[in-house]
Design a protein around this ligand. Structure first.
Ligand SMILES: NC(=O)c1ccc[n+]([C@@H]2O[C@H](COP(=O)([O-])OP(=O)(O)OC[C@H]3O[C@@H](n4cnc5c(N)ncnc54)[C@H](OP(=O)(O)O)[C@@H]3O)[C@@H](O)[C@H]2O)c1
Length: 321
């Protein structure tokens, strides 16, 4: 089968097309014919070695497609089922295996592309607004990179819960997208804390959702009101340097959390509950999925270059056909 393989860590050029053996599903596993794979920042961290992985590696974990083989003992999933997962073992490929209890069915009315585009970032947005900080009607919250993949979904979910979203974006063309997703206020990155104070009568916000990391961390902290929550869920600008806990006190007895998706979909039941909610909203039209770019599998390197260059909006997909 065709796949993208990494032999050594490095820049986007290490994502090279290769002809490799089709994986066989083991006990409790299924094999998908992957029609669309999601491109995520974590794939960049695996490619660069920021999060070390055994090599050679077929990157990617998110994708959707049709089950074309099941391993021994699988009873909940059948050949021909349309499913999606965030835990494929090598999604940048024509076929990938995954444990049967880590896939979710794609409802009628949701395309494979939509499922691959929304699952990982939608599950993330779901736990961020319900668990990392529980958004309440009437809250004002900050969402960084509001026109990005997670950002657009987070903005929609927070808005639906009754929050007023202040979104950051780096370019004018991203502003419209973030506003369409529900952001009430859009600001740039130059004077975040001052702008947030101005927009909240000096009080600050109860929560900042920060997936940008190094370049926004200090401003995020300075944007919080007393007892506010800084939800640091990513680092698209780089990792936050080591940090003195006393800063939490000086910033207003604030809370800092650094969550990751796998701890919020730890059991099949939790995965199913969140996925049903998100895919159900896509099916009934109440959550819109913005696909900002489709790339042939062989051009995975170009997708990574674009994602890292801040040129993209919404979700990037690798498509096989
Ligand atoms: N913890 C979790 O469970 C979890 C799950 C999924 C994703 N994440 C994290 O969430 C973050 C966003 O992921 P995503 O896939 O939705 O990406 P994305 O937001 O679509 O893309 C990254 C965006 O970050 C902004 N950005 C600011 N400074 C940047 C810089 N120096 N380099 C690149 N981008 C910069 C850009 O938006 P502007 O140009 O508007 O600034 C860019 O478009 C990533 O850090 C990812 O690892 C975490």
């Amino acid at each position: 089968m065709q796949a993208i393989q990494i032999q050594r860590t490095g820049g986007p050029e290490v994502l090279t097309p290769a002809e490799v053996e089709q994986p066989q599903p083991g006990p409790g596993e299924v094999r998908l014919q992957v029609t669309a794979a999601g491109v995520n920042f974590i794939d960049v961290y695996h490619r660069t070695g920021t999060y070390p992985m055994p090599l050679p590696l077929i990157p990617g974990a998110e994708g959707a497609g049709v089950v074309n083989a099941v391993g021994p003992g699988v009873e909940t999933v059948r050949v021909g089922d349309r499913v999606a997962s965030t835990e494929l073992q090598g999604a940048y490929a024509e076929y990938a295996v995954v444990p049967a209890d880590r896939v979710v069915p794609i409802p009628d009315g949701v395309s494979d592309e939509q499922a691959a585009a929304v699952l990982l970032q939608g599950l993330t947005a779901h736990y961020l607004v319900h668990d990392s900080y529980r958004v309440q009607a009437g809250d004002t919250v900050v969402v960084h990179a509001a026109a990005g993949g997670v950002g657009l979904l987070l903005t929609q979910l927070a808005t639906k819960l009754g929050a007023r979203v202040i979104g950051t974006v780096s370019a004018l063309e991203k502003e419209k997208l973030a506003r369409d997703a529900g952001a009430a206020e859009i600001i740039g990155y130059d004077s975040i804390a001052e702008d947030v104070r101005r927009l909240t009568d000096g009080e600050g916000v109860p929560a900042v959702y920060d997936g940008v990391g190094r370049s926004t961390f200090d401003a995020s902290m300075a944007s919080l009101r007393l007892h506010g929550v800084l939800v640091l869920y990513g680092q698209s600008s780089g990792p936050v340097p080591p940090f003195d806990p006393n800063r939490l006190q000086h910033a207003g007895s604030i809370y800092l959390t650094r969550p990751t998706l796998r701890h919020f979909v730890a059991t099949p039941e939790e995965l199913t509950r969140r996925a049903d909610h998100i895919l159900g909203m896509v099916a009934d039209g109440s959550l819109s999925v913005h696909i900002g770019g489709r790339y042939p599998l062989a051009e995975a390197g170009r997708a990574h270059t674009d994602l890292q260059s801040r040129r993209t909006t919404g979700k990037l997909l690798l498509v096989t056909d």
